[in-house]
Design a protein around this ligand. Structure first.
Ligand code: 8YV
Length: 335
């Protein structure tokens, strides 16, 4: 954006979902803000209309900004969209067609870094909950079915000292590695398409040359890759069959990275011991077969859901808006 394009009146910002109060207050003080008071997700038509009538948007992963929706937002007789910035509230932005956004001259930013620790904590929580059968145990107690302590009741699998394989070694993968190694004395293996030996050495992990080698050698596998056309069904039936029979799969990244029907088959057959999932292929819908499996711990995409992190994510999105409308380079550009 050039200085001449910077709107002089207060810029109109549409925020697609409710955000923490401190974030909404800061936004409202700076911009002409259209908040979503109902907190109901906007459909494709409402998203296009909002883009056609706002200078910028704050979006979330529940807002599919595919090519058709972006094109539908163009002004009549023009290939331009009024929205010049999509400040996405989240680190993953697979809901946005970045190529089309770029073609339409829309800047896109995300919120990296601030959610790393909470998402890594949740991966550890899922590892512990699946291995120690916390979901099953709590369901039993709440149902009034606990008949008292006995030596063979609800025996699980030890986490400490085991081998963890991390698929994808970005910020969150590295944060999980540090927790597992330093907190739980685990041996940590890592694989990603770009991980180099010096990077693995620096992080104190063992680099696997192939994902298959990592899967075959891990007691726990935790997935930390973004959703792209390269990673869709990265963990498919063939790769699940490479895992150890007693191993657990943890996914806090994106649902489509794991072939869920193959995962259900592997869990049913006892080909792996369990799965801890915070993300799903068709979320918020969850495959009914998964709901029936006692060896799956299922959470409703709460990786970054703490007061601290959601506020920090919102503030980072506002930092990007502020920089953009001041005519500066945005801090977290992805397009
Ligand atoms: C966010 C996430 O809560 O940041 C991400 O990529 O998956 C979540 O932790 C979500 O993106 C909000 O839009």
């Amino acid at each position: 954006m050039t200085a001449s394009e910077v709107p002089t009146a207060r810029s109109v910002i549409t925020v697609t979902r409710r955000l923490p109060p401190a974030v909404e207050a800061r936004l409202t003080a700076m911009f002409d803000v259209r908040l979503n008071s109902t907190d109901v997700p906007l459909d494709a038509v409402a998203l296009s209309r909002a883009m056609a009538s706002s200078d910028a948007m704050i979006t979330t992963l529940g807002d599919p900004l595919h090519a058709a929706t972006l094109h539908a937002a163009t002004l009549p007789g023009s290939s331009a969209v009024r929205t010049k910035l999509i400040a996405h509230f989240g680190v993953g932005y697979d809901n946005i067609d970045i190529t089309v956004a770029r073609e339409l001259g829309i800047t896109v930013t995300n919120t990296p870094g601030v959610l790393t620790d909470d998402t890594a904590d949740l991966a550890m929580l899922l590892m512990l909950a699946t291995a120690r059968r916390a979901g099953e145990a709590e369901r039993e107690l709440r149902a009034g079915d606990w008949s008292g302590w006995h030596p063979t009741h609800l025996l699980g699998t030890r986490v400490s000292g085991k081998t963890l394989g991390i698929v994808g070694f970005g910020r969150i993968g590295r944060a999980v590695a540090a927790r597992a190694r330093d907190g739980f004395g685990m041996r940590v293996l890592a694989w990603s398409r770009s991980l180099t030996q010096p990077q693995a050495n620096d992080a104190g992990v063992t680099r696997c040359a192939t994902i298959e080698a990592l899967l075959a050698s891990s007691d726990f596998v935790s997935v930390h890759v973004p959703s792209t056309h390269h990673t869709r069904h990265l963990i498919n039936g063939e790769r699940l069959s490479r895992m150890r029979p007693g191993a657990f799969l943890i996914n806090t990244s994106r649902g489509d990275v794991v072939d869920e029907s193959a995962l259900v088959a592997a869990l049913r057959a006892g080909a792996i011991a369990g799965a801890g999932l915070d993300v799903f292929e068709g979320e918020p819908a969850v495959r009914p077969e998964l709901l029936q499996l006692p060896n799956a711990v299922l959470l409703p995409h709460i990786g970054s859901a703490t007061h601290e992190t959601r506020t920090a994510m919102g503030m980072l999105a506002v930092d990007n808006l502020e920089a953009f409308f001041a005519g500066h380079e945005v801090p977290n550009r992805v397009a």
